[in-house]
Design a protein around this ligand. Structure first.
Ligand code: PHE
Length: 360
């Protein structure tokens, strides 16, 4: 059957030339569609003699499946080519370096506040807060600081302005975090275990003093809290915070109106050639004041001193930050010099952990 061979050649040619799915579909319709050429020939089989049918039948069936297969193959080839083209066009070099983005850093003071909060909360201390603009009662009177006490004199304390004719005693920028002791006692009663980190203000300025600085107050009140527990708490804190096993603390008898007895605590360090180092050397840096809470203070906080007793401390956050991170000049903390901030700042993911890296 000559015409079948011609037909096969023609269709295979058309299929080879079909450049897109529509063209392929058009060839399919002319060949195998309801009225397609091959379909019409197959329909004629019925009118043939059995002899004719014997040869024509297999030939037509073979042609039909051959064209069918060629159509499928062409379709698959076109799909592959399209995918290749897309892969070429959408190619992305994942090995290229990223575009630089400028990122801020965590200020050493913020970092240290996070660190000490983590350590004290592990010891059962919750965080308490109070206002930075404080009444003179909370900042002084409630803490057993008499009106004639030197700390109340103008040269130390920033007083807020009062409108003319307003004769109430002026508010102050709190000179320490100790007023938060009173607020926390009033709000929570006893027993209580809190720390209160925050900003405080005094008129002072040199290498280790700035007019605004940071303290963390600590307060623990219970039936039988003792000076020994104060000492243990502070030593344990310093060991975890400085990540040094043999930090040396020196407790010096001292005086605060709001504690009795009172002690100031120094930490051993070396301070040579502008370098500040912890845990060695022959220098001492004062880092905190502390003592057993005075009965007058407990009473001002609404707590019965015959039932309860406790310790308190106020630690200089800036001081311990300087010590831990070897920062020699306190004033640089608050100058917002970008070079300093980039050098001493922390990555946002530098999560503080209790005793991170401390091997015991
Ligand atoms: N408030 C004191 C200061 O600023 C520190 C302190 C707090 C001392 C608590 C004793 C108890 O110097």
């Amino acid at each position: 059957m000559d015409s079948i061979d011609t037909m096969r050649g023609r269709f295979l040619d058309q299929i080879a030339q079909a450049a897109d799915p529509d063209a392929i579909e058009a060839v399919r319709l002319t060949a195998l569609g309801k009225k397609g050429e091959i379909s019409l020939l197959m329909r004629n089989l019925g009118q043939m003699t059995p002899e004719e049918r014997k040869t024509a039948g297999p030939l037509l069936n073979g042609l039909k499946s051959e064209i069918d297969a060629a159509l499928k193959a062409r379709r698959a080839a076109l799909d592959d080519a399209a995918l290749d083209a897309r892969l070429q066009a959408e190619w992305l070099d994942v090995t290229l370096p990223g575009r630089p983005r400028s990122m801020g850093t965590i200020h050493p003071i913020s970092q240290v506040m996070d660190e000490l909060t983590a350590i004290f909360s592990d010891m059962g201390f919750a965080v308490a807060e109070g206002p930075q603009i404080e009444s003179d009662w909370y900042n002084f009177d409630a803490l057993n600081i008499a009106p004639e006490h030197p700390a109340r004199q103008e040269h130390d304390t920033f007083f807020m302005h009062r409108a003319p004719g307003d004769n109430r005693p002026p508010h102050v920028l709190r000179t320490h975090t100790s007023p938060v002791q009173i607020r926390a006692m009033q709000a929570q009663g006893a027993p209580i275990r809190v720390i209160a980190p925050g900003r405080v203000y005094r008129m002072d300025m040199d290498q280790t003093h700035t007019p605004m600085f940071h303290q963390v107050e600590g307060l623990a009140i219970d039936r039988d809290v003792s000076m020994a527990q104060l000492k243990w708490t502070l030593e344990e804190f310093c060991r975890a915070f400085f990540e040094v096993e043999d930090v040396e603390l020196r407790f010096r008898a001292s005086h605060f109106p709001f504690t009795e007895p009172s002690a100031e605590v120094d930490i051993r360090c070396s301070w040579e050639g502008g370098q500040l180092k912890i845990g060695e050397g022959k220098d001492w840096l004062e880092i905190l004041g502390s003592g057993m809470v005075h009965p007058h203070v407990l009473r001002a906080g609404g707590i019965d001193p015959d039932q309860w007793q406790g310790f308190a401390f106020g630690m200089g956050i800036d001081r311990i930050a300087m010590l831990k991170y070897g920062i020699p000049d306190l004033r640089a903390f608050f100058e917002s010099d970008l070079r300093w901030l980039r050098h001493y700042g922390f990555a946002a993911l530098d999560q503080p952990a209790l005793a991170a890296g401390l091997s015991r």
